[in-house]
Design a protein around this ligand. Sequence first.
Ligand SMILES: Nc1ncnc2c1ncn2[C@@H]1O[C@H](COP(=O)(O)OP(=O)(O)O)[C@@H](O)[C@H]1O
Ligand SMILES: [Mg+2]
Length: 268
Amino acid sequence: MNFKQNSLFQRNMGMEDDIPQMQKGVLAVWGSPSSGKTTVAVKLADYLSRKRKNVLLIFADMTAPPIPCICSPSDLEGEKSLGSILAATHVTENLIKKNCIFHRKNDYLTMVGMLKGENVFTYPPYEQTQATELIEQAREVAPFVIIDCGSVIASDILSAVALMEADTVLRLVNCDLKSISYLSSQLPLLRDNKWDADKQLKIASNVKQQEASTHIEQILGNVAFQIPHSKEVETQGLEGNLFAELGLKESRAFRKEIEKISREVFGV
Ligand SMILES: Nc1ncnc2c1ncn2[C@@H]1O[C@H](COP(=O)(O)OP(=O)(O)O)[C@@H](O)[C@H]1O
Ligand SMILES: [Mg+2]
């Protein structure tokens, strides 16, 4: 099934009743450094898996592997690495399954990523073929695939391929000039490739209270979503506890926006 045919951009044709039709797909979360990519990818995966949807969360970042930062090692099962998958001549569904990391408290969540202390040189070099096969085969592993991309696509094959192959891309930007400058410097790299403007959703991320929405529009132009700053999310990030529930009232707006993105992107 071509997920994109049912994506946000072709749904407003008097077919509102059909919203649950998507119910699967590959989403890449990308944007400027420290814009909140990992936070949003993890919170979306957490939201879907709490709704009993099977989610495969792929951490493509090999510069600062996120797995050691998102939850306690005691919550994880399987010392497996993304590096072993990409080192193979061909990536199969089985190979991905053999190298997944599981969350002990969440049966619906499976993860793939680099382990603590690993980097791109820990494993033999991989090529576009392995990256493309990984994303293709990931669709067979779980109906919902979320890829937390690295920002630097010029030297990160997996993240660059994820942007091409995903059905939808969230492009996160903070409301500051450096973040905007970063994206405008990266976007020309993608222009000549399979980089379909229709599948990109621009998101203002980690929006602080003082960055009122009119101000954001002035700086960023139109955005599809605005994810607010939440002190509780920040604390979870600092504590390496991102799969914890967001119970405080001040996180309500953050939770609502994650729900909205999930509905628009996945129909869930
Ligand atoms: N909506 C948010 N509310 C509060 N803190 C956030 C939010 N989004 C991101 N952060 C914080 O910003 C920092 C960078 O987030 P992270 O998800 O690691 O970014 P990236 O993956 O893009 O590098 C972290 O400290 C994280 O806790
Ligand atoms: Mg990250």
